[in-house]
Write a protein that binds this ligand. Structure first.
Ligand SMILES: CC(C)(COP(=O)(O)OP(=O)(O)OC[C@H]1O[C@@H](n2cnc3c(N)ncnc32)[C@H](O)[C@@H]1OP(=O)(O)O)[C@@H](O)C(=O)NCCC(=O)NCCS
Length: 210
């Protein structure tokens, strides 16, 4: 890598990783590589090389980014890096709108068309996927995934590792516990205790963690 080049090693050479790499490129990373447990079976990911199984195989001087869409695993790896004092970038697509009055933790990605409004606070390792929105003063826990086209009204709280599915909506001021699953298209109008799966309009609990 030359002195002016910016390198990033992305863990997770799947579809989510490809989108993250695309955003990294748009954010000015000129050298991009992947690591993935499927190496050496998988040695390429579109235009990019897979160079090994873990960050131990990453090129010297490259920053690191965890691009796994399994919330628990992504968060575990991000937390390990935070604990080891390894900083990670947060990647924001140039066509996303993130308020300068929002706070984003390390290792977050905000994808094309997404909006994060003023006063919102996102933890570490959060995914705000394509065209999703996080309105004013929302508090989003570590390792949350807000799927494409999902919308959170203002002052919504989402606990760590919860997953808000494709196109779901959450009414303003609602509290969602940790490790919840909000199914695609659901409309959440009442608070959710931790560990529940909800679906439908209005959203009803269909499963609970043991
Ligand atoms: C909720 C979800 C996890 C259920 O998946 P699953 O466990 O494989 O469930 P199945 O597809 O087997 O469906 C089980 C039942 O739930 C119903 N169901 C599934 N998803 C539903 C949804 N989003 N809303 C309402 N009902 C749903 C099915 O119709 C089926 O009903 P039935 O038993 O009466 O026939 C899944 O449908 C979903 O919404 N995933 C989120 C996808 C997403 O956001 N992806 C983001 C990619 S970036």
């Amino acid at each position: 890598m030359t002195q002016s080049a910016k390198g990033i090693c992305i863990l997770g050479a799947g579809g989510h990783g490809r989108v993250v790499a695309d955003i990294a490129e748009l954010c000015g990373y000129s050298d991009i590589e992947f690591v993935d447990a499927r190496w050496p079976g998988q040695s390429e990911n579109l235009a990019w090389k897979v160079v090994g199984r873990s960050f131990e195989n990453s090129s010297q001087g490259f920053e690191r980014f965890v691009a796994l869409n399994t919330n628990g695993l992504r968060l575990k790896l991000v937390q390990e890096m935070v604990a080891a004092g390894i900083s990670m970038p947060t990647l924001v697509h140039p066509f996303a709108s993130v308020s300068k009055h929002a706070k984003l933790g390390m290792g977050c990605v905000v994808m094309a068309g997404a909006v994060v409004n003023a006063g919102a606070v996102l933890g570490h390792g959060v995914i705000v996927n394509t065209s999703a929105s996080v309105d004013h003063d929302c508090v989003i826990g570590d390792g949350v995934h807000i799927s494409p086209g999902a919308h959170l009204g203002g002052d919504v709280e989402v606990g760590a590792e919860s997953w808000i599915g494709l196109g779901a909506s959450v009414r303003e001021g609602i509290h969602i516990g940790t490790r919840c699953m909000v199914a695609a298209g659901a409309v959440v109008i009442t608070p959710l205790e931790s560990g529940v799966r909800v679906q439908g309009v209005p959203a009803r609990v269909v499963a609970r963690a043991d």
